[in-house]
Design a protein around this ligand. Structure first.
Ligand SMILES: Nc1ncnc2c1ncn2[C@@H]1O[C@H](COP(=O)(O)OP(=O)(O)O)[C@@H](O)[C@H]1O
Ligand SMILES: [Mg+2]
Length: 271
């Protein structure tokens, strides 16, 4: 059995939401990580690529109200609220880095927490829909989340976010630490969610696989966007090919990791 319903997802919207960010700066206290970012998340799947420490998580935290931000963020033409609960109510859901499930709670309880904002009857309806969208989670409904594998936990985290019936789903490195087959399933799910009409913004270090499922992409390095474009063109662009898809890729996996790539660029710059 697959992890997801093969047709399409019923949770989430067919609303094709649009996020427009201009002059976004954010950081921690006096330490500014992101400087003056301009980006657009159109309907479909947008990926933000970048090495460890580039500011990818900081970007999603700023958009989710977990840290303060400066600049303009328009969600379907209206200013995105600044408080997390209002952002969730506006239709934005985040699957955080490292999943952050409640390990001592069951799969069903974790999913129900994703629907904390909605009335009980609607929450029950969404839980039923989540089990229909992710059939394997129904089998695991009473399992403690902490006893599941990393990939299984990531499925729960995605399903939990979908319990908010978001118009924009943000995913923070869903493939991190997963076996290659689970990476493919997770990225496939992100693609299907986007195809079903929920706009998806995903940050990833797995450049090759992320660009293969995305419509558009941005490259973030040291808090600044250095490249952007349609995913197919980006995969062929010089900045991506030289930095991330170089000839010296890992022979075991056939992939390059973004941190190695930046180190290579630094080495090239130093010569
Ligand atoms: N809570 C925090 N307090 C201070 N600095 C932080 C915090 N979280 C991240 N940073 C710093 O912000 C920068 C970007 O981190 P992050 O957004 O997590 O990058 P990425 O997700 O791309 O790996 C790094 O220099 C990191 O050390
Ligand atoms: Mg991160």
């Amino acid at each position: 059995m697959m992890w997801y319903r093969p047709e399409s997802f019923r949770l989430g919207g067919a609303n094709q939401a649009h996020l427009k960010v201009d002059g976004l700066s954010a950081g921690y206290g006096a330490f500014l990580v992101l400087r003056d970012l301009k980006l657009e998340v159109k309907p479909g799947l947008t990926v933000v690529l970048g090495p460890n420490g580039a500011g990818k998580t900081t970007l999603l935290k700023a958009l989710n109200g977990l840290i303060p931000r400066q600049g303009t963020v328009l969600f379907d033409g209206e200013a995105l609220p600044e408080k997390t609960n209002e952002i969730v109510e506006a239709g934005v859901a985040l699957v955080p880095e490292g999943r952050q499930l409640f390990p001592q709670m069951t799969v069903a309880e974790n999913l129900e927490l994703g629907g904390w904002l909605v009335p009980k009857a609607e929450r029950a309806r969404r839980l039923e829909q989540a089990f229909s969208d992710f059939p394997k989670l129904r089998e695991r409904a009473t399992q403690l989340a902490g006893t599941m594998s990393g990939g299984e936990q990531q499925m729960v985290a995605v399903a939990r976010a979908m319990m908010c019936a978001p118009r924009l789903l943000m995913l923070d490195e869903p493939s991190l630490g997963l076996a290659p087959r689970m990476v493919d399933e997770l990225l496939g799910i992100a693609r299907r969610i986007a195809d079903a009409g929920t706009t998806v913004l995903m940050v990833e270090q797995n450049v090759k696989k992320a660009l293969a499922v995305a419509d558009r992409g941005y490259v973030l390095e040291r808090g600044t966007l250095v490249a952007s474009g349609p995913a197919r063109l980006l995969a062929r662009s010089t900045v991506i090919r030289e930095a991330y898809l170089g000839a010296d890729k890992d022979p075991a996996t056939g992939t390059t990791n973004a941190a190695d790539a930046v180190n290579r660029r630094k080495a090239v710059a130093a010569t």
